[in-house]
Design a protein around this ligand. Structure first.
Ligand code: ZN
Length: 418
């Protein structure tokens, strides 16, 4: 049996017996985590020997052991020696590897195993998909939301807007393991309006556009195209993400009013003061995606990878030193190595502290996407989205990837095998 299937089968079986002898149905939405170190938010000191009470899928109480009443008969899970945080966001993922095709008909076991391998085993309870066949991605979301399979809260831009002829050849996409699907090619304001309306009318949660072509000579989308797409999305209070490719694309996106820059640009050299100031004035957020540059250069000389890492971490360092907003994101799906450990380590190398990295995973995306009243912190009234870590990421940031349990809406959606 595929280890992923086996892992999920074990999860399904063990959920019924794992927590203090309670059955799965008794645990759903009603339990308490005890004894762990709790980071309620990035800006608050951790609670040692803390308690989180979950009732009806929501956080009912949090505090130091002894100060929080645990209702008698409530199931408890001992988290002594473990760390508890709010559920994580990955704000740059893709559901376009061939494994996701025909999502309506993938077996529940296999689909759940795939979601676990890419996302929930790393604590991601909310994700933003930045480009995939929208009808297909919507099936994944519906099967999760119906309760059929465990998985994260999915937001998606649907297919990305792209310039004419910018999509890589089909044989390249096939070799990368991606589905072949049309993306709306936009060349003028009329085309941008039509494509944006179609996506947003069909329920996409935002728009993604390639501000510059991904291949030489890197033509830029016309200003009117970017501005039209942005205006249509903002009219509906939806965010716009841009793939920058290079500083010219980045500045075109910023000038056009996009909300989120979806990558650093390591091929371009350092970002100068003018770029940083333009980004700050436009109040964009940055998704660094540092690991994928190393992944893409894995067959090249180490010195090239080192140069790329120095450049991209330097860009992130300049951005965070200026007070810029960061959203955690890895571009998984575009990369089949799903482990976020290296991303955390590279963010730390760029000078980000553990609270800053935790903010990029929790409070910053919740605020950016208008969901801070539902998720992002461990505070009464918010959803029971929790991650339980084996170590303390304050001492080693890679511990953020070493997940023991993931809960969404107070339901256990991932448990590490011990
Ligand atoms: Zn991407």
């Amino acid at each position: 049996m595929n280890p992923t299937f086996l892992g999920f089968a074990v999860l399904l079986c063990s959920l019924a017996h794992s927590i203090a002898g309670q059955t799965h149905s008794e645990l759903e939405g009603q339990f308490a985590l005890t004894g762990g170190t709790i980071y309620t938010s990035p800006s608050e000191s951790p609670i040692a020997n803390g308690v989180v009470v979950i009732r009806d899928g929501k956080i009912a109480a949090v505090g130091r052991s002894g100060s929080v009443l645990i209702p008698s008969g409530l199931a408890t899970l001992d988290c002594s020696g473990l760390t508890v945080t709010a559920g994580f966001w990955n704000s740059h993922v893709h559901f376009f590897e061939r494994k996701w095709a025909d999502a309506e008909n993938i077996s529940a076991l296999e689909l759940a195993g795939q979601l676990q391998a890419m996302l929930t085993r790393y604590g991601f309870t909310s994700v933003f998909d930045l480009g995939s066949p929208w009808e297909n991605t919507r099936w994944i979301r519906e099967r999760i939301e119906s309760g059929e399979i465990p998985g994260p809260r999915i937001r998606s831009t649907g297919e990305a807007l792209i310039g004419e002829g910018w999509l890589p050849p089909e044989k390249v996409l096939s070799a990368l393991g991606f589905m072949l699907f049309p993306m709306p090619e936009v060349v003028d304001a009329d085309g941008a309006l039509t494509a944006s309306k179609k996506l947003l009318d069909s329920g996409s949660d935002g728009l993604k556009l390639f501000a510059a072509a991904p291949a030489p000579p890197f033509p830029i989308l016309p200003d009117e195209v970017i501005r039209t797409a942005v205006d249509e999305a903002h009219r509906r209070n939806k965010p716009v993400f841009a793939h920058p490719t290079n500083p010219d694309g980045l500045l075109a996106a910023v000038k056009g009013g996009v909300d989120i820059i979806a990558h650093t640009t390591p091929q371009s050299g350092p970002w100068d003061e003018a770029i940083i100031v333009a980004m700050l004035e436009a109040k964009v957020a940055l998704i660094p995606t540092l690991k994928i540059w190393q992944y893409q250069l894995r067959h090249d000389r180490a010195s090239l990878g080192d140069l790329s890492a120095r450049t991209s971490t330097g860009q992130l360092r300049a951005w965070t030193a200026s007070g810029g907003e960061v959203l955690f994101g890895t571009d998984v799906g575009g990369m089949d190595d799903y482990d976020p450990s290296d991303e955390y380590a590279l963010m730390a190398k760029a000078g980000m502290t553990f609270p800053q990295i935790l903010a990029s995973l929790t409070t910053t995306p919740a605020e950016k996407f208008g969901e801070s009243g539902q998720v992002g912190r461990i505070t009464p009234g918010l959803a029971g989205d929790l991650v339980v870590l084996n170590g303390d990421p304050l001492h080693d940031v890679r511990a953020l990837a070493d997940v023991r349990y993931t809960f969404r809406n107070g339901k256990l959606i991932y448990q590490a095998s011990l």
